[in-house]
Design a protein around this ligand. Structure first.
Ligand SMILES: NC(=O)c1ccc[n+]([C@@H]2O[C@H](COP(=O)([O-])OP(=O)(O)OC[C@H]3O[C@@H](n4cnc5c(N)ncnc54)[C@H](OP(=O)(O)O)[C@@H]3O)[C@@H](O)[C@H]2O)c1
Length: 247
């Protein structure tokens, strides 16, 4: 990250779903550190409040609202609270998701399938639809959909998670095409293996220290939030590529 990149997000308003921990928390902290006004949501109130306080204590401008993005009323309430507080939304990071079961499709529990798709795909749709009402009025915005390698190439025993992320890639393409002349850009980012609770749940035997920390993959999120990425839309991007280039 360069300070030049940082200056470009100063003053912007960013809404980050699943901002209480893991990658979403790192994005919230990185954006706040660079002068953005940040709003986060997650289901768990205690963790959310702790993260808000931590980032605020470090000098960031941040607020949050507990809620489940997969519920239409919660999505409306979360976006409404962010707009009431800051008056606009420049950046939406659709980051929240659930891992679900790691079993073959033949054995995949139906209730688990429905829950993962409800949060990972319908939740993104619900939240984005609310934010679009604001961004379309502004004629400006950046939507960053946090995807996964298994959403681009499916793999055995990734079940509803992989299928929901493939759906998210499709959602990104449809929306980018619909918005191509609107000033709003829509891209997906594959973080790749990153040291978080979700990764540890998926790979319990792995040494977490062998993986990059969420803070290390921030350059792509700063780039997509900044004006440097104006005009970049409909792309499936990789966090590791930008990390390697050190930008
Ligand atoms: N970590 C990796 O290696 C990796 C690799 C590829 C892709 N990804 C993707 O990167 C993103 C972040 O992953 P992570 O590893 O940081 O996950 P994580 O540590 O499990 O954090 C997930 C966040 O989402 C929130 N969340 C979950 N369900 C929610 C809901 N229904 N409504 C609102 N918030 C909800 C969680 O808080 P609550 O539980 O309190 O709601 C938490 O803040 C996800 O989209 C994931 O699929 C991660």
């Amino acid at each position: 990250m360069t300070s030049e990149e940082g200056q470009k997000i100063s003053g912007k308003v960013a809404l980050i779903t699943g901002g209480s921990r893991g990658i979403g928390k790192a994005v919230a902290a990185a954006y706040a550190r660079e002068g953005a006004r940040v709003f986060i949501c997650a289901r768990g109130e205690d963790h959310l409040a702790r993260t808000v306080n931590e980032i605020r204590d470090a000098g960031g401008e941040i607020a949050g609202q507990a809620g489940d993005i997969g519920k239409a009323k919660d999505a409306q309430r979360i976006v409404g609270a962010a707009v009431e507080l800051y008056g606009r939304i420049d950046v939406l990071v659709n980051n929240a998701s659930l891992l679900g079961s790691r079993v073959a499709i033949a054995d995949y529990p139906i209730a688990d399938w429905e829950e993962v798709v409800r949060v990972n795909l319908t939740g993104v749709f619900l939240l984005t639809q609310q934010v679009l009402q604001v961004m379309i009025r502004q004629r400006q915005g950046s939507i960053i959909n946090v995807s996964s390698g298994v959403g681009r190439t499916g793999k055995a025993r990734w079940g509803a998670y992989a299928c929901s992320k493939a759906g998210l890639e499709g959602f990104t393409q449809v929306l980018a095409d619909e918005l191509k002349d609107s000033g709003i850009r829509v891209n997906s980012v594959n973080p790749a293996a990153t040291r978080t609770a979700m990764r540890a749940e998926a790979y319990p035997d792995e040494d977490p220290l062998s993986l990059p920390a969420p803070e290390e993959i921030m350059p792509i999120f700063l780039y997509l939030a900044s004006d440097e990425s104006a005009g970049v839309t409909g792309k499936a991007l990789d966090a590791r590529e930008r990390m390697k280039r050190g930008k």
